[in-house]
Design a protein around this ligand. Structure first.
Ligand code: SF4
Length: 475
């Protein structure tokens, strides 16, 4: 781990030590600006000091800054970005004999805190900017369960201008969050639900952050769920380029990529796009809002790109083998444009708060859990055997994503099993397998108790609309 401007706060005995635990690898943790912000806020106080813990730095048991053992900290703030991170968190706390207060937050907690209620002392749903001290001190603020079940929404402010620069997931770069939330309506997407409403940072503020970090890295990674939807996206890129930086967005939407943007972002070596599925019909079901033509246009326009990375899903409602063939044909077409192609495919995890929350894992409400899983396995094999001949292909494991589905859709019963790693063989014949099944429309979900800022009736309408397009009959 190499940090180009490491930050050390000298510990005085009067201060309380807070462990900031990212229960996954350093490269992901340091790319997370939300965590950098929490770190910055705690270390700006007189009363507390924070040090960071990652699974690949001293096994998560000692801090990255001073190799202090986690057992010498009085509070642990744990960020759960991915469902399976909870197993790492539990291991670190157990092996580290941590006896202090534990508080968990992050997207997995926001989407459904209930499986984690027995494991951590407190759960925080929402964005923690400017209230980190209140969270540590257990004050009755919005978002801190059990006092409040209302998701906290923060403003994008400019309090943290400088950041720790490292070899992050985007290479050695300055990260600038230009927006949070997403104005689009993809029906499978949890991000638009748990970070709504879409908020943007102004071009001037982006330039101010870039200026503050000038000299630390030559590249700027602009971060947002859908950066090209920022109303000032082009101005931002131009301004940063004029300041002498090279710029790379965290993702691109094919329908926003035109000649002007291709020229602006000229030196893209790898073009990453998310068609999500191969056929126009299924793209309509998921409400992606882009067409095959948009995707092929974008690839053609990215002349300098040697490689195209494509993200797809399978296990969608109404999916037929001809839709899988459409994925294969689309990959062939992109390859035909002279690009090296790599493909990443995940089974759909029907997430809470999305219009797909009622769907079974596997996507077919007419099948039971076992049938859906067997069908997913057949589809996975089908895709791998055809795609591996034409592209680098990575298809996620059906079993792993089943475990993710159970943790994201579960309740306290799931929590009782999280003290050790949940394996597929452990869950599939247990009562937990019910969380993989189709859920009737009048089902009360544990997460219905949270105030997330949307009406369930809207999700019902969108779900029914999607099922109609997919020609799926509900049982
Ligand atoms: S564009 Fe991306 S972030 Fe926005 S709703 Fe769709 S999948 Fe989610």
């Amino acid at each position: 781990m190499k940090e180009f401007n490491p930050f050390f706060k000298k510990f005085s005995k009067k201060q309380e030590r807070v462990a900031l635990v990212y229960p996954n690898r350093y490269v992901g943790g340091i790319t997370n600006l939300g965590l950098q912000r929490i770190y910055f806020e705690i270390n700006s106080t007189q009363k507390y000091m924070a040090e960071r813990f990652y699974t690949d730095v001293f096994d998560g048991l000692k801090s990255a800054e001073s190799a202090s053992h986690i057992s010498s900290f009085s509070t642990a703030l744990i960020s759960l970005q991915y469902e399976e991170d909870v197993f790492n968190a539990v291991r670190i706390l157990k092996e580290g004999k941590f006896r202090g207060k534990t508080i968990a937050g992050g997207p997995c907690v926001i989407q459904n805190p209930f499986p984690f209620a027995e494991i951590f002392d407190r759960l925080f749903i929402g964005e923690a900017e400017n209230v980190v001290e209140e969270i540590i001190e257990d004050r009755r603020i919005e978002g801190l369960m059990p006092f409040s079940s209302k998701r906290r929404i923060a403003e994008l402010d400019l309090k943290m201008k400088s950041q720790i620069i490292s070899e992050n997931a985007y290479g050695k770069s300055i990260l600038i969050e230009i927006g949070r939330g997403c104005p689009r309506g993809c029906r499978f997407c949890i991000v638009r639900q748990i970070y709504s409403p879409a908020r943007w940072r102004s071009a001037d503020e982006v330039a101010e952050i870039a200026e503050e970090n000038r000299g630390l890295a030559e590249k700027i990674a602009i971060i947002s769920p859908s950066p090209t939807d920022h109303p000032e996206f082009r101005d931002i890129v131009q301004q940063l380029k004029d300041m002498g930086f090279s710029v790379s967005p965290s993702s691109l939407r094919a329908d926003r990529f035109d000649e002007e943007m291709a020229e602006l972002l000229g030196d893209i070596r790898t073009l990453t796009l998310a068609p999500e599925t191969g056929s126009e019909r299924l793209r309509e079901v998921v409400n992606k809002g882009i067409s095959q033509e948009d995707i092929l246009n974008a690839v053609e326009l990215a002349e300098n790109a040697e490689r195209v990375k494509l993200y797809f899903m399978f296990g969608l409602p109404g999916e037929r083998y001809e839709d899988l063939d459409a994925i294969i044909r689309l990959v062939e077409k992109v390859r035909g444009l002279g690009k090296r192609v790599s493909v990443s495919i995940n089974p759909l995890v029907p997430k809470p708060h999305t219009p797909f929350q009622w769907l079974p894992y596997g996507g077919d409400p007419g099948r039971n859990v076992e049938e859906n899983i067997n069908e997913l396995k057949r589809k996975r094999k089908y895709l791998i055997s055809r795609l591996r001949k034409i592209a680098g292909t990575d298809v996620e494991s059906i079993e792993r994503f089943a475990v993710q589905t159970i943790i994201s859709r579960g309740d306290g019963r799931v929590g009782m099993h999280l003290d050790r790693k949940l394996t597929f063989s452990r869950i599939v014949r247990s009562e937990l397998a019910d969380f993989l099944d189709f859920q009737p429309l009048d089902q009360e979900f544990p997460w219905d108790r949270l105030n997330m800022g949307y009406r369930k009736s809207r999700l019902v309408r969108e779900f029914e609309m999607a099922m109609e397009i997919a020609e799926v009959e509900l049982p």
